[in-house]
Design a protein around this ligand. Structure first.
Ligand SMILES: [Zn+2]
Length: 233
């Protein structure tokens, strides 16, 4: 390997110098003292681009670009010191390792091919559900958790208000948002949000129907900062 590196280094000496020249800019001072060692790293096809980037303290794209210019081709998925499989089959580049498994259902003998990392043990959902006891999923407690009736009433009310408000907004966009402020999440510069003038919480506490909370008259646009303040006051 060291011979290869030496050749690369010699062969691309000119390009490396060009490279260093280009890097020799105020914002990228760290590359001025680009050492022989670091150039070797770039030239070592056994090193992952990610590894080199980490070692050099630069971004991955910098390494990718540098390697492209140096003409260094790093095989995908190759890793330093990895003991490669010795069989003929696995020496073929690009060949994905596969294994054959038999369905775990006692009365099923279907086999299927997976890559080793897959956890699949049954040929089908049917075989899985017939073999594995998942009766606990049908217990009263689990079913109750999944039914909407146990979601806190306020949460459901809020969700309904939001759904209705979205509808109102789109049907009345010229009234609510004539200037077409962009609606964003918190933290987006220049972002606005649809706000309920009388808050959802207040309305909930006063038993006001969701339809009224989501009416045009209760909707307005607010910069997200102001909306955030309102919700925390
Ligand atoms: Zn099966």
């Amino acid at each position: 390997m060291s011979i290869v590196i030496k050749n690369i280094t010699l062969k691309y000496r000119a390009s490396i110098n060009t490279l260093i020249g280009e890097w020799n800019m105020p914002a990228k001072d760290k590359f001025i003292e680009y050492s022989e060692e670091q150039i070797k790293m770039l030239g070592d096809p056994d090193l992952y681009t990610r590894q080199v980037a980490k070692m050099l303290g630069v971004g991955v794209s910098t390494v990718v670009r540098a390697r492209q210019r140096l003409g260094i081709k790093v095989p995908l998925g190759q890793k330093k010191n990895t003991i490669r499989a010795k069989t003929k089959e696995h020496k073929r580049p690009g060949k994905v390792k596969q294994e054959t498994r038999t369905c775990l259902h006692p009365e099923c003998s279907i086999t299927f091919i997976v890559i080793p990392s897959r956890t699949k043990q049954y040929c089908s959902h049917r075989c899985h559900s017939l073999t594995v006891d998942n009766s606990h999923l049908h217990s009263a407690a689990v079913l109750a958790k999944r039914t909407k009736s146990t979601t806190p009433v306020y949460k459901r009310y809020k969700a309904l208000v939001h759904r209705l408000s979205g509808k109102t907004y789109h049907e009345n966009i010229d009234i609510i948002n004539p200037e077409r402020h962009p609606r964003t999440l918190n933290g987006v510069d220049g972002g606005w949000q649809l706000d309920h003038i009388k808050t959802i919480k207040e309305c909930f506490e006063q038993g006001i129907p969701a339809e009224e909370v989501a009416a045009v008259s209760n909707l307005r646009m607010l910069p997200w900062q102001q909306n955030l303040m309102r919700n925390y006051n």
